[in-house]
Every structure is written in structure tokens, then in C-alpha cells.
Design a protein around this ligand. Structure first.
Ligand code: FAD
Length: 386
């Protein structure tokens, strides 16, 4: 087997392309958009917002893989003074420290959270209901769901641990994720990968093994397979630039209901013009809620943590991310129950809603490695051990 086709040039597609090319296979990547990166694109222009990812978590397998290939771009560390400006909304007011009961859920040596039980029930047994609710809402920063307490306890607890680790796991590529994607694309190019942008694939090729590295929705349409579904979140994204004011919060986590607002220029001044700050908020909403509901909650958090922000706004943008923020696992399910990577007949899935472990984009990465190793006829040793 000497050739592989990869459909989709996002983080998963580029990971698959590099892995296959390193194994000596000829790779062609087809990307529908005019640039590579998918949800890891960073907007052009004065306000360098990310479409999707912000944090590159150090604890994932992708970190080591990227580091070994010198693909991690310069990072923007959070200055300690800024980090100290993390605020938590609890019972309607801002505070600097988490409620004591929530800390019980971060103790080392806690028994493994079960897959079969919902998070709120399990965590209430450990920390009482107030601590459990605060922890569930905090975890939303890494799972983007309106009701984290209703999800599998094992799923939520893993994300809570990753998002609260000290020193923090979250790292920020300077200039946004585009700088990571640029490096990956250059590596693929140097390995001889053919990358065709503005090339939407409507029919699966049959002359080579195919890695379908699109969103699960796009894969369902492409493979004409209605079983390709999994639970995801709906999140209102509010991006704004404001004139700089000393004392603005670095980030606000809502412990009363899921929501997170972060001032990304605190760590990376290159994301907005001088004297302006780039703030991005993510507010998960329930199926019956509207974008306006999410916006109102975001504005409430902004009122609490960014004095006079309404008069300081210089630019604003809003979007609804529907099923674009990765998989969430309901009680009784884990990543192993998501749509399998191997679809038969030489077709393999990669993406953040398929059967692979990890947090957010790590699922895309791990499934891309699995897809290529299956396409090359190797065993999925790493996934089986995870
Ligand atoms: C608001 C938000 C915040 C996030 N925050 C984080 C975070 O902090 N950390 C983190 O790790 N992850 C985060 N994520 C998740 C992360 O963005 C995704 O997991 C990751 O980017 C998915 O990469 P992918 O390659 O699997 O899919 P995509 O990025 O969606 O790439 C799929 C590509 O396939 C292309 N395509 C689709 N159909 C076709 C076709 N028929 N033919 C050719 N090409 C096609 C698309 O144009 C796209 O470029 C966040 C996501 C969102 C939305």
C-alpha cells in the first residue's frame, strides 16, 4: 500500500498526513476551504480570534508528538500578575478562590469516577451538592456543554482535573493556533504531501485507503451513514475587543452556570492592536435556549469583571458553535462507544467525535494516528492501552 487519501486539512487531517508520509506513503490531502486548519484557523486582520481552539493542553499525547517534530510554535505564557486575575462567579458574586467543597473533587487519590453514573450524583457524594455543581460548571471550559452534571462522571472528572492542574496544562501558541497549523503544513509539505485546498470531496475515492478527517456531520453525509452521530454541545461564542483598562480580569469562570470569559491579550499582545484587549467568551446553552440567552449571560459576566466594557468596545462578533466543540459522553458511555475509526473497505474516520481518548482536539489527534496505523495494517496498540 503506497498511497493514502486524506479528506479534510484540519488538525486531524494534518496529523494523519504527516504520520502516513513519515511511514513512506504518498499522501494527498483534499481540503474544502481555501486554507488549511479547519476549526484551528485563526482569523486574519487586526483581531486574531480563533475559530475554535485556544489552549494546547500539555498532558496529551499530541504534545510529545508535536514537540518531537519541533512543531510546537513559540508559546505565550500567562504573566503571573495576570494569572492572579482569574475570577470565579459563585452565588452571583466574583471571588478569587474556589469554594472549599469544590476542592474536595481535586484531591489526589480520589477513587476513579464511574462511567455509568452522572457527574452530579457522583460528585455530590464526594463534595456535597454545592461543591459538585461548582466543579461541574468549572469543567465546562474544557467540554462546552450546558449541563456537565448530567454527563458521565468519568468524562467530566477527567476534564476537571486537566483544566485545574498546577502548573497549568493549558498553553497558548503565540499568534493563535494558525502558527501551529502553519508548522504542521510546512512539515507535511517537506515530506512531499500533496495538499489541495478549495477541493471539496463529494464522493469517496476507491483507489486508495481513505482517512475521512472532517467533522462527524460532514463524514455522515460523505459516507451516507446515518449511524455517524454523537452527543456534542451548543455554545455561544462572544468575541470582543475593548480599549485597555488596568485591572480587567484575566478570565472569569462561572460556577453558577457553565460559562467562561477570557482576555487572550493578557498572555499574547499580538492578538489585538496596541491599547486594545481581545476577550472571548464561551457560554454553553441548552437545546431550548437561543443565542440571545447566551449573549445575555456573557454580558452579565462582562459587567461583573470588566468595568465599563460597553463604552470601551471597539469590535464585536458573535457565533453559535453547534456540535463543533468535540464529543461529550453521557452516563454509561465512554470514548470507546463513539463511532469507530475503522469503517471497513479501507475507510477510516479521524476527528474529535470518534472512538479515541483525550480532551477536545486530542481526540482528533489520537484518532488520526489510529486511522493511519489501521490503514497501514498496524495494530492499534496505543489506543488499546489507553
Ligand atoms: C469554540 C471552540 C473552542 C475550542 N477550544 C479548544 C481548546 O481550547 N483546546 C483544544 O484542544 N480544542 C479546542 N476545540 C476543539 C478543536 O477545535 C477541534 O477538536 C479540532 O480543531 C478539530 O480538528 P479536526 O481536524 O478534527 O476537524 P476540523 O478542524 O473541523 O477540520 C475538518 C476539515 O475538513 C474540511 N472538510 C469538511 N468536509 C470536507 C469535504 N467534503 N472535502 C474536503 N474537506 C472537507 C473542513 O473544511 C475542515 O477544514 C475548540 C473548538 C471550538 C469550536
Amino acid at each position: 500500500m503506497h498511497r493514502i487519501t486524506v479528506i479534510g486539512g484540519g488538525f486531524a487531517g494534518l496529523t494523519a498526513a504527516i504520520t502516513a508520509a513519515e511511514a513512506g506513503v504518498k499522501v494527498t490531502v483534499y481540503e474544502a476551504h481555501h486554507t488549511l486548519g479547519g476549526r484551528a484557523r485563526t482569523a486574519e486582520g487586526p483581531y486574531r480570534t480563533n475559530d475554535g481552539p485556544h489552549a494546547l493542553y500539555r498532558g496529551g499525547a499530541h504534545w510529545t508528538w508535536l514537540k518531537q517534530r519541533d512543531l510546537i510554535p513559540p508559546l505565550a505564557p500567562i504573566p503571573p500578575l495576570e494569572a492572579a486575575r482569574l475570577r470565579l462567579r459563585h452565588h452571583g458574586a466574583l471571588r478569587r478562590t474556589p469554594p472549599f467543597a469544590m476542592l474536595k473533587l481535586l484531591r489526589p487519590g480520589l477513587p476513579q469516577a464511574p462511567v455509568d453514573l452522572d457527574y452530579l450524583s457522583w460528585a455530590t457524594g464526594v463534595a456535597g451538592e454545592e461543591g459538585a455543581r461548582a466543579a461541574a460548571n468549572y469543567s465546562a471550559v474544557a467540554l462546552f456543554h450546558h449541563d456537565p452534571g448530567a454527563l458521565s462522571a468519568a468524562f467530566v472528572q477527567e476534564r476537571l482535573r486537566r483544566a485545574t492542574k498546577l502548573p497549568p496544562e493549558a498553553h497558548y501558541p503565540r499568534g493563535g493556533w494558525a502558527s501551529l497549523i502553519d508548522r504542521m503544513a510546512a512539515r507535511a509539505w517537506n515530506l512531499g504531501v500533496r495538499m489541495e485546498t478549495l477541493s471539496r470531496v463529494d464522493v469517496l475515492p476507491t483507489d486508495t485507503p481513505v482517512v475521512v478527517a472532517t467533522s462527524l456531520d460532514a463524514a455522515r453525509r460523505l459516507l451516507k451513514d446515518d449511524s455517524l452521530t454523537w452527543t456534542g454541545g451548543r455554545t455561544v461564542l462572544v468575541d470582543l475587543a475593548v480599549r485597555t483598562r488596568r485591572g480587567d480580569a484575566f478570565a472569569v469562570s462561572d460556577l453558577d452556570s457553565p460559562g467562561w470569559i477570557e482576555r487572550f491579550t493578557a498572555q499574547d499582545r499580538s492578538l489585538a492592536p496596541a491599547d486594545e484587549q481581545l476577550i472571548q467568551g464561551q457560554i454553553p446553552i441548552a437545546p431550548h435556549e437561543t443565542k440571545a440567552d447566551g449573549r445575555a449571560r456573557a454580558e452579565h459576566l462582562l459587567d461583573l469583571a470588566f468595568d465599563g466594557w460597553r463604552e470601551r468596545v471597539t469590535w464585536r462578533r458573535e457565533a453559535l458553535a453547534n456540535g463543533r466543540t468535540g464529543a461529550v459522553d453521557l452516563p454509561g458511555t465512554s470514548w470507546r462507544d463513539r463511532p469507530a475509526v475503522d469503517r471497513g473497505d479501507g475507510v477510516y474516520l479521524a476527528g474529535d467525535q470518534v472512538a479515541a481518548p483525550g480532551v477536545l482536539s486530542e481526540v482528533s489527534f489520537n484518532s488520526a494516528l489510529a486511522a493511519v496505523s489501521l490503514a497501514l495494517g498496524r495494530r492499534q496498540l496505543d489506543l488499546k492501552r489507553a
